[in-house]
Ligand binder design. Structure first.
Ligand code: AQP
Length: 327
């Protein structure tokens, strides 16, 4: 029997190439050796203000993007997190053994407080606890994620150890699996590409939109004119080359940048063509899937039906360990 692991993306906006290269691409490659559970983690998506009408649209959008990118519902369980309430129960149990001081030191919390100063809520504070519950509920031994999630995985391992030491051996400590695109910087050249910052190349962007976004994206700020040599190591576009281009192109662009042999415009065109090649088939499949929204909804419901018994088995074991199971 294939083992399970859990990973997910919050429906906080349209999915982007950071989500694809940081998470989804690895998910696809793990579908044969595991029976993974891929959640659209709407409970996490509630930690910032949102319009309920948008939530419906984003959930469908994320599910269509998962499928269009290559996740196979025969091999993987694709589900909506809130349809499996065991996530919330385990999160509450973990809340009760989580030191508040430890949570307040998690860097992503500080970042979210900076972004949402008017809505610093309990859900945002407890976001890593819910994420730990998602992962531990399926007894995940690995979790493929982008680099930004590493502190959450470290916290999850701590929670597994803490639970085991208080209530006896129950959970193993999951390891993060990072990809070559583990941190894609946004088109602003400063921040991580993030749905909420709108610095993204989205999985449904047209070729024209991709070219336009790259044309105005930051490069080496010290390279003011075409004839100035540049430093690829401080150039955001070069960081895209490292993920999208061939080894020969990467070497040529690095050399060309340092010697002013290639201008930023041409360098951007090379990377734009690669991103367009990746995004175009996903965009087209997404469109076809979104034309059949009830099929996509049904798939999420049946995914939740498959996930629930797995989650319930762990939940029953946990209830027994913590003394709430009635005989
Ligand atoms: N820029 C990125 N580079 C590499 N990986 C990334 N991931 C997200 N952005 C990048 C990975 O995608 C998975 C799902 O992330 P998420 O949407 O649940 O949460 P997030 O990391 O907070 O993503 P965003 O886009 O930044 O969302 P908002 O703006 O709503 O907070 C994770 O594995 C993540 O590492």
């Amino acid at each position: 029997m294939r083992k399970h692991f859990f990973s997910g993306i919050q429906p906080s906006g349209r999915l982007h190439i950071g989500n694809y290269f940081g998470a989804i691409r690895q998910w696809i490659s793990l579908q044969d050796s595991y029976e993974p559970v891929f959640g659209i983690v709407d409970l996490h998506g509630m930690t910032v203000r949102y319009d309920p009408k948008d939530m419906q649209v984003r959930v469908l959008d994320a599910a269509a993007s998962y499928l269009a990118a290559g996740l196979d519902p025969e091999k993987s369980i694709i589900m909506l997190q809130s349809l499996v309430p065991e996530h919330v129960e385990l999160a509450w149990i973990l809340n009760c053994i989580t030191p508040m001081g430890r949570l307040s030191r998690i860097p992503t919390f500080k970042e979210k407080v900076r972004q949402n100063p008017d809505n610093v809520n309990m859900g945002l504070f407890g976001y890593p606890v819910l994420m730990a519950a998602d992962i531990l509920l399926y007894k995940s031994e690995i979790v493929p994620v982008g680099e930004d999630q590493v502190p959450h995985l470290e916290f999850t391992r701590e929670m597994a150890r803490r639970f085991n030491s208080i209530f006896s051996e129950t959970f193993q400590e999951p390891a993060e699996v990072l990809s070559n695109g583990a941190k894609i910087v946004g088109t602003d050249g400063i921040n991580k590409m993030s749905k909420s910052l709108d610095n993204c190349i989205y999985l449904d962007d047209t070729d024209k939109e991709i070219s336009k976004k790259l044309a105005s994206a930051m490069t080496d700020p010290a390279r003011k004119r075409r004839d100035d040599p540049g430093d690829p190591d401080v150039c955001n576009i070069f960081s895209y080359h490292k993920v999208f281009s061939t080894p020969e192109e990467i070497a040529q662009c690095a050399e060309g940048c340092r010697t002013a042999g290639i201008g930023c415009v041409d360098c951007k065109k090379i990377v734009a063509a690669h991103i367009q090649e990746t995004v175009a088939p996903i965009r087209e499949r997404r469109k076809e899937l979104l034309a059949r929204p009830s099929d996509v909804r049904d798939l999420l419901k049946s995914g939740a039906d498959r996930a629930r018994p797995i989650a319930q088995e762990t939940r029953n074991e946990v209830r027994e360990k913590i003394g709430t199971k009635l005989d």
